[in-house]
Design a binder for this molecule. Sequence first.
Ligand code: DMJ
Length: 678
Amino acid sequence: MYPPPAPARRDFVSVTLSPGRSYDGGRGLRRRSCWRKWKQLSRLQRTALLFLLAVLMLFGLLSYVHVADEWTAVDSRSAAAWQMRPANPPALPAPRKAAENPETVVGLSPQGAWEGQEAALTPSLWKKPQRHFRRGPPNLQIRAPDEDAQERRQAQAQRRAEVVGEAGWGAEVRRDGLSWRGAGTKPQQGTEPPGKEAEFPPRPSPKAVRIQASPASQNERQKAVVDAFLHAWAGYRKFAWGHDELKPLTRSFSEWFGLGLTLIDALDTMWILGLKKEFQEARNWVSKRLLFQKDVDVNLFESTIRILGGLLSAFHLSGDILFLKKAEDFGNRLMPAFRTPSKIPYSDVNIGTGVAHPPRWTSDSTVAEVTSIQLEFRELSRLTGDKKFQEAAEEVTRRVHALRGKLDGLVPMFINTNSGSFTHLGMFTLGARADSYYEYLLKQWIQGGKKERQLLEDYLEAVDGIRKHLLARSEPRKLTFVGELNHGRFSAKMDHLVCFLPGTLALGAHHGLPADHMELAQALMDTCYQMYRQMETGLSPEIAHFNLHHTKAVKDVQVKAADRHNLLRPEAVESLFYLYRVTGNRKYQDWGWEILHSFNTYTRVPSGGYSSISNVQDPRHPQPRDKMESFFLGETLKYLYLLFSDDPDLLSLDTYVFNTEAHPLPIWAPSSGGPALE
Ligand code: DMJ
C-alpha cells in the first residue's frame, strides 16, 4: 500500500580524485568502474560535479586563449619588426606611401580609433603595445544622439584616418619641416589619403599651385600689403592669439565660435604672401590647439566659408594633410544642420553635440547662407571620397532651383526650413541675405568644369533679372548702381556687399559669358570706387543711398547716420582684382592703392592691428570700433596683394575659383575660358 521509504538524502559529496587507487568493498580488493561509482551518486552530487567540471573547463579555455593570443601577437610583431627595423630606429614612424593601408603600418586595431591613436603615438613599431579596453575616443560618445549607425562607422573611420594622418601622411611634412611650395615647383607626393585615390578626381596641375612665395619677386605695392598684413598679424598674435577676432584698441579679443577664426581665415593669405614663419606658427596652433569637440553653436554659412574654406585652401596650397583632416572633421560636425523636414539646412549647429536649430525667433534660414556652402562641401566630397557632403549641399541647390517666388531669376531673402519655401516674398536685393546666392551659381558652374547647365541658366537669368528690376543711374555722375525692390517699390539703396558683383560679372565674362556682362561689371566697378572716393576718409560706408534727382552740387553717394561705418570689408577690392585680371587696365590697381592708403590712414592701430570705424565721413574722428574682422586678413589684404601682382598665373582664374571668403579652391577640370554658350 505505501511506497517504500525514500533513501536518506545525502547532502555531501565525497570524491576521491587520486587516480589508480582502489577501495575495499568488504569483499576484498576489487576494481570498480567509474561509471558504477557515478551511478551510485545522488542527483545533487552529480549536478554539483558537472557544474564544477564545467567551471574548470571554462577557466582552462580562457587561459588558453589568452596565452595563445599573447604568443601570436609577439610572434607576428617580432617578425614584422625584424623585417622593417632599420639600423637606427627613427623618432617618428616611417613616412608611408599613399597606397599603404594605414592599419598595417601603425598597427591600428579594427576595434577602435582609440587603440589606434595609442599605436600611432608609439614611437617605434616594435614596442609592445598596451591593451586598451575603451571602445573609442570619448568624443565619439557625445555626438548627435540621432546619428545612424552608418554615420557612426564613418565617423570612427574618419577619426582613425585622422590619427593616421597626424602620424603617417603628415609625418613627412612634420619631420622635415614644412616644405614651401614655391613658384614652379611640383605638388608634394604622397599626401592623398591612402586607399582612396581611385575615387579621386585628378588634383590640380602643378601650374595651379604656382605660388609666388619669394619676397624678392614682390613689387612695392605688394610689399606694402605684406607690411599691412604683418602689422595686423602682430596685433592678433600679441593680444588675441588663438581667439576669433582682435580688439586692437583694448588689446584684447572677442569670441564668436571660439575656434581661432582669424588664424584659420588668414592661413592661405600667409602662404600666398610668402610668410613662411607665420604660416608655420599658425599651422602648429591648428595641429595642437584647434579642437572641434566643443559645445558651441556655429553658424553653418559663416563657419563653412571661413573655417572649412580656409582649411581646404590651406590644404591645397601647402599640401599638408593636417588641414584636410581638420576640414573633414569639421565638415562632419556641420552635417546635422541638414537634418530638417525640407532638407534646407538650419542656420546653426552645435559642433559638439550635433544639435542643429534655426535662430530663436524664426524657423527661416537666409537664402544666401543656404546656397553659399556648396563650393566647400562639393570640394570636401571630392577630396575625401565621401559623397554625403556634396549630396546634402546640392540637394539645397536643386530645391531652391525649383521654388516659386522668384522674380526673373531674383530670389527672396528667406527660406523656411520646415516647408522649404521662400518667405517674405516680394523683397529683392543683391546685398545682405541674397548676395552670394548669385555668386555661387556662377562659381559652382566654373568649379565643376562648366558642365552643370542648370547653374549657368539660373545665373544668366538672374543677371537679366538684375538688369530688368534693380539697375538705375544716379545723379549727377550717372553712376550705374544696383538698388532694391520691396513689393514693387524701388529703393536706391546699395550695400557695400553688392560690390562683389562687378567681380563676379567679370569672372563670368572671363569664362566666356556675354560681353555685356563685362560692360556692366565695369560700370558697377566705377560706382563702387565712387563709394570710397566720395567719402572724406576715402573709405566706403556700409550702405550707400544714391541720389536720383537733378539737383546741383549734390553728391551721387549719400549716407545715412546709421550706415556710416566701415568694417574693413573686401568686396570692392575683390572686384578690383577681377577687373584688373580680366582687362589689364592699371587704373584698377591705382584705385586699390588709394584704398589701401585710406585703410592705413584711418584704421591702422599703432600697437598692432586694424580697426573697423564708425564714421567714414569724419577724417578727424573716424571713431574706431575696436574690432578687426577675420575677413580683413582672409579677404581684403589677400585681394589687394593679388590685385597688385602682374602675374596672371598667381592663382590663375583658369585653375582656381575663390569661395566667398576668398579661399581659392581648384577648378575640377581646368579650361582656358573659351566660349561657354555654344
Ligand atoms: C565675408 O564673410 C564674405 O565675403 C561674405 O560673403 C560676405 N561678408 C563678409 C565680408 O564682407
